[in-house]
Ligand binder design. Structure first.
Ligand code: SF4
Ligand code: SF4
Ligand code: SF4
Length: 329
């Protein structure tokens, strides 16, 4: 048992080391790709991925991770998306590779981007409602409901879709791909398998899984944070920011000083999910449900104190006059 644990620890240490080394090689290979905040974000994202791997070693921890994902936004808004999500880490790493190759990113038309942001809620509803209806038609034994809730089984199986983005590339269970007794997975591949079985289209499972992997990798190369435009987990987190009754809840916000803003447009260009509100809105609190609180706009805004990140009323990070607009991609 202890030897198994040490074996898993070694595997993951190697994976985390390779991930960090790969990211650093990309950053060093092409200078000026990142600022100190980008380094910090990568380190936190890798640490989060490693932690999630260990939490997932125990089935009940999946339930706890899910509760954390759902409750964290009450305090930190969508900080999870900007700083902790493993799928976000993979997409950010692909963005760095693209920058290394000097390929310019593409943007979606603003209207389509905003439409997709709303459409995510429909997707979330669909993925949660369909399994629920199927479970009502064929209900599980009632006495095991608590246990099933704790291990996300039976009628609670569908909630695993909210854990889709946090699936590490190496998993501590029998994953979809095995190489030398190491199991590999990828965000949402297990959901593709689950829904294929549910909808009795198992014959297409492998094809759909590989198509999803290929689309998100190629898509992320050209479109920053491509999956975040569709992600059901992101929409479940964003719900907190959408309802008026919950507007007070997150303590982490971005504020803008309208007087100091010169409308240079940098914040709009650097935002990985094309949030335009920081640029368009007048001063004050400008956090929206689309914003992942990655703070990229704050670090790149070239005017002192123009943008500020406040936590519980205290400024924790603010824009400075340290970057020339010409250096920004
Ligand atoms: S929107 Fe989804 S994939 Fe993107 S960072 Fe948030 S949870 Fe991760
Ligand atoms: S980067 Fe700063 S100064 Fe430029 S438009 Fe955005 S908020 Fe205004
Ligand atoms: S608006 Fe700023 S903090 Fe929000 S996602 Fe865009 S760059 Fe990140």
């Amino acid at each position: 048992m202890i030897m198994d644990f040490i074996g898993e620890l070694l595997k993951l240490t190697v994976l985390a080391g390779l991930t960090v080394a790969g990211i650093l090689v990309i950053l060093i290979w092409k200078k000026n790709l990142a600022t100190r905040v980008t380094y910090l974000r990568f380190l936190i994202q890798v640490a989060a991925m490693v932690s999630v791997f260990y939490l997932f070693t125990y089935p009940v921890w999946q339930f706890i991770v899910l509760i954390v994902i759902l409750l964290l936004p009450l305090v930190l808004g969508r900080f999870f998306c900007g700083w902790l999500c493993p799928f976000g880490l993979y997409m950010d790493a692909i963005t760095l590779i693209r920058k290394g190759f000097k390929v310019r990113y593409r943007n979606l038309p603003d209207k389509l981007n905003k439409f997709l942001h709303k459409f995510r809620y429909v997707l979330l509803l669909f993925f949660l409602v369909v399994p629920f209806i199927l479970n009502v038609i064929d209900p599980p034994p009632a006495e095991s409901l608590t246990l099933m809730a704790l291990v996300l089984a039976g009628p609670f199986d569908a909630w695993r879709i909210l854990l889709g983005p946090v699936i590490p590339l190496i998993v501590p269970w029998k994953g979809p791909l095995e190489i030398s007794k190491i199991y590999f997975s990828y965000p949402y591949v297990q959901e593709v398998i689950y829904y294929s079985k549910l909808l009795s289209i198992e014959v297409f499972t492998t094809i759909m899984a590989w198509v999803f992997v290929a689309l998100t990798i190629v898509g992320s190369f050209f479109l920053r944070r491509v999956w975040c435009r569709f992600c059901p987990t992101g929409s479940s987190i964003a719900i907190v920011n959408r309802f008026r009754g919950f507007k007070w809840a997150p303590l982490l916000h971005i504020y803008k000083d309208e007087v100091k803003c010169t409308k240079c447009g940098i914040c709009k260009r650097v935002c990985p999910v094309q949030v335009t509100d920081v640029y368009e809105q007048a001063g004050g609190k400008i956090t929206t449900s689309m914003c992942m609180l990655c703070m990229r706009c704050v670090e790149m805004c070239p005017y002192e104190d123009c943008l500020k990140v406040n936590f519980g009323g205290k400024t924790v990070f603010k824009s400075r006059n340290w970057l020339e607009p010409a250096k920004v991609e």
